[in-house]
Every structure is written in C-alpha cells, then in structure tokens.
Design a protein around this ligand. Structure first.
Ligand code: ATP
Length: 349
C-alpha cells in the first residue's frame, strides 16, 4: 500500500476544511479526488505532501508514519512529487533545466527527460524561461517536471485545467500510460467528473470536507450513493415525492420501492439519458408520454425539453438526452421508454 490516510480533520479558524477523512491507496493506482470548489481537495493533498501541518489524524506513506500531531516529515523527505495550481517552476532555469534538474538523481535521467518532454509536448520551448510561457504551457512543464522526479506518489492539483480540449485528451492519455509504466501512483484533484472517470482506477467524492463515496468510476456512475453524487455527471431531472404502498407515483410512471417504508420522503433522480424518446405515440412502446417544448441540437446529441404530466395532471418540465439527429417538432407528442440504469431513488429527511 502506498498511502493510508486515517481520520484527518482540519480547520482554518472556524472553517472545517476536512472532516474525519480516511482512505487507502494501493501501489500502482491512479485516484481522483472529485468535488466542487471549496470542498477541501487542495487541503487534503497539501496535508499528504507535508506542506500543511496536520491537526488531527494520521498519514502513512509506504507503511511509514509521516504525519501525526507530533510528527511532520518535511515534503522533501517524502517520496512524493506535486503540481499545484500555481505551478511553482524555478524562474531562473529554462524549461529544459527545470526538467533535467528534476530528473538529476535518476539512473535513466536522459531517457526519462526525453520521455516527459515528449509526453507534455514541450519540445518547442525547451530554451524559454517560465515567465515567457502561457499558463497552459507552464502547466505542461510542471507536469513533466513532477513526473521526471519518478516519485512513488504524484499529487496533481487540477493538472489539466488550463489545456485546450484537443491537447488535454492527448496529454491525459500519455500521462496515464507514463505513470503506469513508471510504476508510480497518483492522486489527481479535479472537479470534472468525466475527466475523473477517464483517468482513475478509483474516485473519491468529497463534499463539504467529508468523503461521500469511494468507488470505481463504474460504481460511482451506476451506483451513486445520493443525489449529489448522481448529479456530478451532468444535469438531472429531480422529482420529490413519498412512498405509497411499495412504489412512488411519478410523472414517468410508478417506480417500485419495496425496501422503503410507507410515507418515506424520497428524491427521484432521473438522468436525461434515462428518457428514451419515440416519435410514434403507442402504448406498445410506453404508457408514458411527453409534449415537446423545444429540441436543442448539441452536436453528437440533442436535449429535448418536454412537459410530462403525473397521474393527477400536474405538469413537470423534463429533459431527455437523445442522439443528435432526433429532433421532434415543438408541440409534438413523444412516447417515453425508460432506461432504469439511469433512474435512482434516494431517501431524504
Ligand atoms: P478549489 O477547487 O476552489 O481549489 P478546494 O476543494 O481545493 O477548492 P480548499 O482549498 O481545500 O478547497 O479549501 C477548503 C476550505 O478551506 C474552503 O472553505 C477554503 O476557503 C478554506 N481554506 C483553505 N485554505 C485556507 C487558508 N489558508 N486559510 C483560511 N481558509 C482556508
């Protein structure tokens, strides 16, 4: 095991930035920390790096206790490398010198330097100084430099945020392969759920300083623990109701809830992809219908805005995500087939 974090709680005056956070990371794995701005992601990796002194809890690196109330092993004595949002490149060194310096203690220095230069696509500005680079270029140099140290654990705080979309995909892909081939592990902080799914073996979802769920990208996507986790992957349709004799009556029909007690208040989260639309209105396809308000074409897919009525005739606005070439006319009727993999019922107080 590379990292064992136990019961971290951290305050900044009266702000509780982390609340009893515990998790473990196996060797050779890539983990994403996913959560909104201000939820405690940077505080967590600053504590792991040793840049922030621990207040409560313990951190073990490769089974050695490195942070505890009375112990704070300095960052340079931990086999960790990190890239924070401000990059922190050496200003008096060129790009090549920054990277060579990082790789200097490695046996395979030359090969490693070449590998990270090509990974980060920075061949064209090796002789420039950090202040001569754009934000995205500095980010790529910082990434290359952090990998050149060949650390056991790499901590990356939003490492791809300043890159444009086409560059981002390539660099993320190459970074993953290099981290795996160097047999390092990495923790990558992000607020982008798709990026987290693409990058990680496991995702740690944080909200308000607490871990909400830890799981594989598949677990988090198909078995979210609550409406917050379900909504991380894009907008959702939300319907709040009560359980009535083992089911919930909703605008998209009756949903079975055999494990919930009578009268329990629930949130029904319906992802737009759960609503599969057909232009023909037929009970053979579905008993559930909607009336189209608008069809918005967004390239590969379209978002269809609809009005759907529940059994008492109350109307609800819902969105369906369909293939981009399915664009029903406003005011037309559609049948709604359901994909239950994208419909979730969560109890609430
Ligand atoms: P972002 O995605 O915006 O970088 P984050 O999830 O990394 O956010 P943190 O930077 O860890 O969040 O901050 C967690 C909470 O602690 C926030 O409420 C923040 O305002 C507060 N905080 C962080 N650092 C300090 C500090 N040095 N002094 C006071 N409050 C702080």
């Amino acid at each position: 095991m590379i990292l064992d974090v136990q019961n971290l709680t951290h305050h900044f005056e009266n702000v509780k930035a982390l609340n009893n956070v515990s998790f473990k990371i196996e060797n050779n794995s890539i983990i994403s920390i996913l959560g909104p701005s201000g939820c405690g992601k940077t505080t967590l990796i600053r504590l792991i790096s040793g840049l922030e002194e621990i207040q409560d809890g313990k951190i073990y690196l490769q089974n050695d206790l490195v942070s505890h109330k009375k112990i704070n092993l300095p960052p340079e004595d931990r086999s960790i490398s990190y890239v924070f949002q401000d990059f922190a490149l050496f200003p008096h060194m060129t790009v090549l010198e920054n990277i060579s310096f990082a790789a200097s203690s490695q046996k395979n220095k030359k090969q490693l330097t070449q590998q990270v230069i090509s990974l980060a696509k920075i061949d064209n500005f090796l002789d420039k100084y950090p202040h001569q680079l754009s934000g995205g270029e500095q980010q790529r140099v910082a990434l290359a430099r952090s990998i050149a140290v060949q650390p056991k654990l790499l901590l990356l705080d939003e490492p791809f945020s300043d890159l444009n979309t086409s560059l981002k995909k390539d660099i993320i892909d190459d970074t993953l392969h290099l981290i795996k081939s160097l047999e390092s592990s990495a923790i990558i902080v992000t607020h982008n759920a798709e990026e987290a799914m693409f990058i990680s073996d496991q995702i740690i979802v944080i909200n308000d300083g607490s871990i909400v769920q830890i799981g594989t990208p598949y677990d988090i996507f198909y078995h979210p623990k609550n409406s917050y986790v379900a909504s991380l992957f894009g907008e959702t349709n939300l319907y709040t109701t009560h359980v009535l004799e083992g089911f919930c009556d909703t605008p998209i029909g009756k949903i079975q809830t055999p494990d919930l007690s009578q009268g329990q208040k629930v949130d029904i989260v319906i992802r737009p992809e759960a609503l599969i639309l057909h232009k023909e209105k037929s009970p053979l396809i579905s008993e559930v219908n909607g009336v189209v308000v608008d069809s918005k074409f967004i390239g590969n897919h379209a978002i269809i805005h609809m009005t759907v009525s529940d059994s008492s005739g109350d109307k609800f606005h819902m969105h369906s995500k369909v293939a981009g070439n399915f664009l029903p006319e406003p005011a037309s009727s559609v049948s709604i087939e359901l994909d239950n993999n994208h419909i979730f019922v969560f109890s609430r107080n």
